[in-house]
Design a protein around this ligand. Structure first.
Ligand code: NAD
Length: 497
């Protein structure tokens, strides 16, 4: 960390972020000239007037992406050339760590320490990983007879529309951009309206690194105004979407009603942590449960928002989780010692509070929190909240709250725990805590989730695929598998007779 507490506030007041759209290698206003005020949930104040893009801007961005793709400077470049450029971009991100971290912290109200240690480094590491991978991938020769040579190669799709949420703007943008760019595609990125600033800064760095004009375009704006025209555009070959179930399903409709483009969906979750009575270390479990739900103020797709605990240890574990939660009270995001920051805005905060009130009406017992917090006047903050004895039919068990709220359910045994854990429409992530390897393996196999952790939570890196089952979607970000979603197979059959 290079700046001290007082200077983060000074730097934040001096911020003049890039706020225009980035199309065909240049920052430009929206064609309509419209802007919107991008406010920080840290204190409710506007940070920038951001270009409010619409269909005309999307049209220009897709045309620029297509022209760049056809020109071939990027799409046809040797993999080692794309590798070198993406490594330069990752290096520039690391050089501008403070600036990117500050934008991310102010735009979404997350602790500056997290942005410095997690968001920016992880995003840069993701770019580095795909850059390093792309010149080491081989095609295939099919096992035909002697009189033919059949090559199976991967080709880029063309223009990929990336539509991302606000909770981890840089990380999720990197998950989309890195494999798409590494394989030679052009990208039109639609950041969330709440958090466009780091995406625009990244576009500037990409240009500085030497990315040809038109390969990366950024169209900030609102979902129905900029996201929908992108989803419906006949010149877009694929939408890589991360966000809510409701909007993800809309993109499938947009695709079906336009050109049948591919759509990959990374959606929400209601992820359970199962703790069995023989869990090896209740303190470790309590700490992981608290961090698993309260990190990023609970606004994480795979937040461990449900605790399913075996009866004999329920009281003890809930007490320890409540004690761990006390360490995670929200604080000023610009204070380097803050562990938890803001909820994204007033309306979402009200919705979280309504969820809590409704769960209590349905019989849940408030163990801690349940109310707003006020570390910075004008901001949107909520105390870490634990609701015990939540009935299985309660909305809190089934609906994604996207705030710092843990729902506790009691299980009679491991089998009952699995049944409760699987009883939602989501299937993004889950965990099981037990001393028995065989139990862990059995339960992990029974859980319908894209990732299952054993005796830990939220561990992993870019080398492992990440995505959901059931309503949580079907795409996979991260790992070499993400490259499959950015490319298509081409067979070349050569007659040898
Ligand atoms: P959201 O679905 O409201 O918005 C996501 C993106 O879609 C934004 O860019 C938004 O502008 C755009 N959009 C909204 N309405 C649209 C419309 N009608 N047409 C076209 N585009 C539209 O989600 P959010 O509130 O930004 O993010 C929170 C959600 O994202 C949660 O459900 C969370 O679980 C999910 N999420 C999933 C993952 C994952 O990897 N599975 C990661 C992070 C977040």
């Amino acid at each position: 960390m290079t700046a001290v507490a007082a200077s983060w506030h000074e730097l934040a007041s001096a911020l003049r972020p890039r706020a225009q759209a980035f199309i065909d290698g240049a920052f430009v206003p929206a064609a309509s000239g419209a802007t919107y005020a991008d406010a920080s949930p840290r204190d409710g104040r506007a940070i920038a007037d951001v270009a409010r893009c619409g269909a005309e801007d999307v049209e220009r961005a897709v045309a620029a992406g297509r022209a760049a793709f056809e020109a071939g400077d990027w799409s046809q470049a040797a993999p080692r050339e794309r590798r070198a450029l993406l490594l330069r971009l990752a290096g520039l991100m690391e050089e501008r760590l403070d600036e990117l971290a500050l934008l991310e912290s102010v735009d979404v109200g997350k602790p500056i320490g997290d942005a410095l240690r997690v968001d920016v480094p992880n995003a840069a590491a993701c770019l580095r990983w795909y850059a390093e991978a792309v010149d080491k991938l081989y095609g295939e020769v099919a096992p035909t007879g002697r009189d033919a040579l059949a090559l199976v190669e991967r080709e880029p799709l063309g223009v990929i529309g990336a539509v991302v949420p606000w909770n981890y703007p840089l990380i999720i943008t990197a998950w989309k951009l890195a494999p798409a760019l590494a394989t030679g595609n052009s990208v039109v990125l639609k950041p969330a309206e709440q958090s466009p600033l780091s995406a625009l800064a990244l576009a500037e760095l990409a240009a500085e690194a030497g990315l040809p004009d038109g390969v990366l375009n950024v169209v900030p704006g609102f979902g129905p105004e900029a996201g929908e025209p992108l989803g419906r555009h006949p010149g877009v070959d694929k939408i890589a979407f991360t966000g809510s179930v409701e909007v993800g399903r809309r993109f499938q409709v947009y695709a079906g009603e336009s050109n049948g483009k591919q759509v990959s969906l990374e959606l929400g979750g209601k992820s359970p942590q199962i703790v069995l009575a023989d869990a090896p270390d209740l303190d470790a479990a309590a700490s992981a449960i608290a961090w698993g739900i309260f990190y990023n103020a609970g606004q994480t797709c795979h937040a461990g928002s449900r605790l399913v605990v075996e009866r004999p240890i329920r009281e003890e574990l809930v007490a320890r989780v409540v004690a761990a939660a006390a360490e995670l009270e929200p604080a000023d995001p610009l204070d380097p010692s803050a562990t938890v920051g803001a909820v994204i805005g007033e309306a979402p905060l009200e919705r979280v509070l309504e969820h809590v009130a409704h769960a209590r009406e349905q019989g849940a017992v408030l163990a801690c929190g349940g109310a707003r917090a006020d570390p910075v006047p004008g901001g949107s903050y909520m105390a870490p909240t634990v609701l015990d004895a939540v009935p299985p039919h309660a909305a809190l068990v089934h609906e994604e709250v996207f705030g710092p709220v843990l729902a506790v359910q009691e299980a009679a045994d491991a089998e009952d725990a699995v049944r409760l854990a699987n009883a939602t429409e989501y299937g993004l992530a889950a965990a099981v805590w037990t001393r028995e390897v065989a139990t862990a393996g059995r339960v992990a196999r029974q859980l319908r989730a894209g990732t299952v952790w054993v005796n830990t939570y939220d561990a992993g890196d870019v080398s492992t695929p990440f995505g959901g089952m059931k309503a949580s979607g079907h795409g996979r970000d991260r790992s070499l598998h993400a490259l499959e979603h950015c490319t298509q197979l081409k067979t070349t059959w050569i007659a040898l007779t």
